[in-house]
Ligand binder design. Structure first.
Ligand code: PEP
Length: 251
């Protein structure tokens, strides 16, 4: 079946980046011609840099997003940021449900689902992260966990252009470990089946990213798997050269 899926290479900078990091974004913008036009590129800097990055990237092929948002549009939530604030700063998307939020900030699937709706309310595309722990994989329950996270973290209806799913095994994040190619393909096939069952053609067109220790050395093999429509990259997205090398594996 033909789909309208455009691969997405997305860089999650987490709590990394100061004003001087603008040089890396500049390097990405300068080097983006090495990346084939059929793929999308996004960087998710820390909140302090979203406005400056969005301003620098305006008119380029690199989109800018936030790493999290609050469910509410405004109010007495000290230290939080709303999706509207991110959009106002120039963001086009937001990551929700990253395992570092689910685990470190006790975010449930219900909260993640509410954040997806908040993102849409502000006109942002949402990247929803899901993934199993090492113990869950060892117990053979990966597909059950993924199925439950999809069922509970995604809204009832989802237009493909507004929702991207990132499969990120928690044990693969920042560890240098990755599942085998067969394991990644199996999980992505299962996610595809779930979203098609739930959203029909929108599920067919929804992008499914893989995340967890993606680097230039392993990117080509992972990104060419069926139902892998790009990557969410942490550490290897901080330097322009590494990020562009991963994106350049698409031909
Ligand atoms: C991430 O945190 O989203 C991630 C995939 O990190 P890394 O690439 O560093 O494993």
């Amino acid at each position: 079946m033909t789909t309208s899926r455009r691969p997405l290479i997305a860089g999650n900078w987490k709590m990394n980046g100061l004003a001087a990091s603008m040089a890396q974004l500049g390097g990405m913008i300068a080097g983006v011609d090495s990346v084939v036009p059929r793929i999308d590129l996004m960087i998710f800097p820390p909140a302090t840099l979203v406005a400056a990055f969005a301003s620098r990237a305006r008119g380029s092929r690199i989109g800018i997003g936030g790493q999290d948002c609050h469910v509410q549009a405004d109010g007495p939530f000290t230290g939080d940021l709303s999706a509207e604030m991110l959009a106002d700063a120039g963001a086009q998307a937001v990551i929700v449900g990253h395992s570092e939020r689910r685990v470190g900030h006790c975010e449930t699937c219900a909260v993640v689902q509410a954040k997806v709706l908040a993102a849409w309310r502000a006109g942002l595309m949402a990247i929803v992260c899901i993934g199993e722990t090492q113990a869950e994989r060892a117990a053979g329950s990966t597909l059950d966990i993924i199925g439950r996270q999809i069922a509970q973290s995604l809204p009832y209806k989802a237009p493909a252009r507004d929702l991207t799913i990132a499969y990120e095994p928690i044990w693969a994040i920042g560890s240098g470990l990755t599942p085998t190619l067969e394991e990644i393909a199996q999980v992505h096939q299962s996610i595809r089946a779930s979203v098609v069952a739930r959203f029909g053609g929108e599920g067919e067109n929804m992008r499914l990213l893989y995340g967890g220790s993606v680097k230039a050395a392993n990117a080509a093999a992972i990104l060419h798997l069926e139902n892998v429509d790009g990557a969410l990259i942490g550490g290897a997205s901080l330097a322009a050269r590494d990020f562009l090398a991963i994106a350049a594996t698409y031909r």
